[in-house]
Design a binder for this molecule. Sequence first.
Ligand code: PLP
Length: 476
Amino acid sequence: MDDETFRSWSHRAADWAVDYRQGLRKLPVRAQTPPGVTFNAVPPDAPEAPEAMDAIFADFERIVMPGITHWQHPRFFAYFPANAAPASVVAEQFVSAIAAQCMLWQTSPAATELETRVLDWLRRALGLPESFQGVIQDSASSATLAAVLVMRERALQWAGNRSGLTGQPRLRIYGSGQVHTSIDRAIWISGIGDDNLVRIPVHGERRSLDVAALDAAIAADREAGFLPAGIIASVGGTSVGGTDDVAAICAVARRHDLYVHVDAAWAGSAMICPEFRYLWQGVELADSVVLNPHKWLGAQFDCSAHFLRDPDGLVRTLAIHPEFLKTHGRDGVINYSEWSVPLGRRFRALKIWFLVRAYGLSGLRDMIRNHVRWSEKVAGRLAATPDFRVVTGPILSLFTFRHEPKGVPDLDAHNLRLINAINDDGRIYLTQTRVDGQFVIRFQAGAFEMAEADADMAFDVIVEIARRVSRDATAA
Ligand code: PLP
């Protein structure tokens, strides 16, 4: 591609992005294509000869776009958001043009130094103590894996990396049944093994880990010859927003000399609003915490902020210095690849910088507060509508509900039909979970471009389609 073609297609791509976002409300949120359509539309062999960009672009619109679920749609209420605020998309365009590999300070000093600075902005905005230091990871899963590796190494007095786990006492990690599957994977990958992830029961409205049961489990494990290594606390769990008492967990951890990692991948962004910080009260006592600015805050995917009370343990666990990575004569600089599992690092700090400057912390706080308010409004309206039950009340902007019309024998099957009908309709997108064995529908408000009218429309769509599905069921 010559320079002028590159220029003209870059302009077209930028224009396309604006048109795409402007047209989102007219598109179905979830892709409506059946399995195999995209795969079968692409020929089995790669082209031998170069093709014209016009042809490639036409196929992109014809083949790819119909199979896209629109995560930037203002009525995306499924999973958790993966917001890409326009300013962060612009930053990513620059990052993609520069395409720097930012593994060491010297491989792009500005990337490293901007990362240090913007994570310190974020640390202050979140109310975390000055002693915490941050690093951007590619995902919360990576941050949690890194934390579990530190738990392992710390408990084994740094012998695990060198000698493996053979002959060592069996390590134990503790968390509730509400923790995300990234914790299970971290336990598998670290060699600790699923049998050694001890699931502590939860209680109360927030589905918090039972701290007395945690204390007892650790003591019993020690007695039985296991080696307790760490605790994962959840703040805003994926299923229903399960939130642990971080302060109480840290008190137990301190008594048993254990490492605490807090998974606040979704809810953490809300902590830029001081009134929500009660949800992670005590976080300053934890050893590490992860939150995803790529979820709720608006930093284009991927971007996970991992804060540590003392990064030495992490660096001691992950740093490796072959000759080809040495940065001679540059002592005192940070090489962030020593803080993460992958060596290669994208320049992710730029999008946080653009995002926070373009919207200001106050703009981002307003967005999050609106989402919480609008979600509470939808929950309140559903609770007041006959045949609907709010099963778990809002934790920030996430709640679950069920439609329970009289005379329907299998309410799980009915709610499954309802969610499928809603997502086939396409005006909104919802996902499901289970609460105490029952199938429930999740609702979370978090799309960057969402307006109150989108929440109102969500309520109308849910009620309209629920009535239709009930009518069809009784008619059948
Ligand atoms: N933790 C929680 C609570 C999550 O909801 C998620 C993803 O939704 C993750 C961790 C994993 O995040 P990532 O995709 O960044 O690994």
